[in-house]
Write a protein that binds this ligand. Sequence first.
Ligand SMILES: NC(=O)c1ccc[n+]([C@@H]2O[C@H](COP(=O)([O-])OP(=O)(O)OC[C@H]3O[C@@H](n4cnc5c(N)ncnc54)[C@H](O)[C@@H]3O)[C@@H](O)[C@H]2O)c1
Ligand SMILES: O=P(O)(O)OC[C@@H](O)[C@@H](O)[C@H](O)[C@H](O)CO
Length: 409
Amino acid sequence: MKAVHFGAGNIGRGFIGPVLSRSGYNVCFVGRNKRKIAELQKRGQYPVTLANENRDKFIVDNVTAINLNDTEKVAEAIADAELVTTAVGVSALKDIAGTIARGIELRLSQSGTPQPLHIIACENGIGGSQRLRKSVYRHLRPDVIKRADRIVAFPNTMVDRIVPVQKHADPLAVMVEPFSEWIVPRSGMIGDYNEIEGVRYVDSLDPYLERKLFTVNTGHCSAAYFGYLEGYTSLQEAMSDPVIRSRVYGVLQETGAMLVHLYGFDPAQHEKYIKKMMERFANRNFKDKVSRVARSPLRKLSPNERLVRPALKAHELGFETSHLVSAIASALLYENNDDPEAVSLQMAIRSSGIEKVVSDELGIPAEHPLHSRIVEEYFNTCVKYQHKAGLGFETLTDSLSPSAISDNP
Ligand SMILES: NC(=O)c1ccc[n+]([C@@H]2O[C@H](COP(=O)([O-])OP(=O)(O)OC[C@H]3O[C@@H](n4cnc5c(N)ncnc54)[C@H](O)[C@@H]3O)[C@@H](O)[C@H]2O)c1
Ligand SMILES: O=P(O)(O)OC[C@@H](O)[C@@H](O)[C@H](O)[C@H](O)CO
């Protein structure tokens, strides 16, 4: 069995590669980093270390790699594979879509009956694979799309494993947390397919995806944004601060009430889930950077994502949202010159004002009650943190409108 995986990054090498290899796939990584590609081609394997007390190690074998720029080679690999997976980041899906489209064309042009192909975008967020499908199909003619639809499926998915940014002498080595979960809905699959060992196939993805996105990812980024304002640089530092821990717990109580209501989770089981997830954020057997977990704040603050979507839903259901509002306000204050989205966010706040950013980027109209609460919390947080976390007073006051300053002395 052959799988082509786009992105030889942290989750690609730390989770998707190991699961597929263990399940009997020959895994071909498609990447951009020449050194990693050369090492994967030469060695055909790499080591994974678990972030547990014993630092247990295992080897992922039966792997190889192709450079993303070798479009024809990648297309040939796709034409010959049962499975294509990605972990490049949602916003990069459009960049690999043309190559995947070329692989589909090649597969359809081969002699004999073309075999089913599953293409799974293992990215955080809602509807990742369907989003990829849209991008891929933009590169195909209508007649090809018609034929592709009979053999190609793009099941959405949920993947969960914390894999921090890696720093090892060996460019392929990766350290991952012991916990992992990968869910695929049966309804998204096509034809006779081999179940991937280590993947759980379920009837409906939504409860698993939303539970993960609005617990693991909402809690995780809340800890990162709260931690950033306190001057912490790692999740481990942030989670060892009792005030931040309790604020993150507060956020997860709010998303929890909504999830229990929407999906009928047992409240006691969900409470256990929340506590277990918080322990994962705090795992002291590795160090996860605030800058990784807080990365791409515009994406994280977008309407369908981990902060705004649960806040709007919880509000609509009449549940408490004050901790979520506070997490959103903290995210709006995230500054990092190495993160292009953080730079754009701060530029947008400075040039257009916070009110417009909340309307345009978060998709919350000015007349929605959450709009003014977020803006007010943003100003209060500005005032509270203006001398902390290395944030320049000037930067913060630049974004305060005169009325806001007089309202929030
Ligand atoms: N790391 C985690 O804990 C984790 C867990 C679950 C899901 N995810 C999701 O997996 C995806 C990847 O995250 P990661 O942490 O592995 O990031 P990463 O930066 O370590 O890996 C991303 C890989 O994609 C490649 N890439 C980026 N932009 C590209 C482009 N335009 N074209 C081609 N390749 C490109 C990079 O070279 C890199 O190898 C994200 O969607 C993330 O949300 C991450
Ligand atoms: O990858 P992002 O930027 O969507 O989110 C950062 C982290 O919260 C995320 O990567 C988690 O580590 C992961 O989702 C755990 O499964």
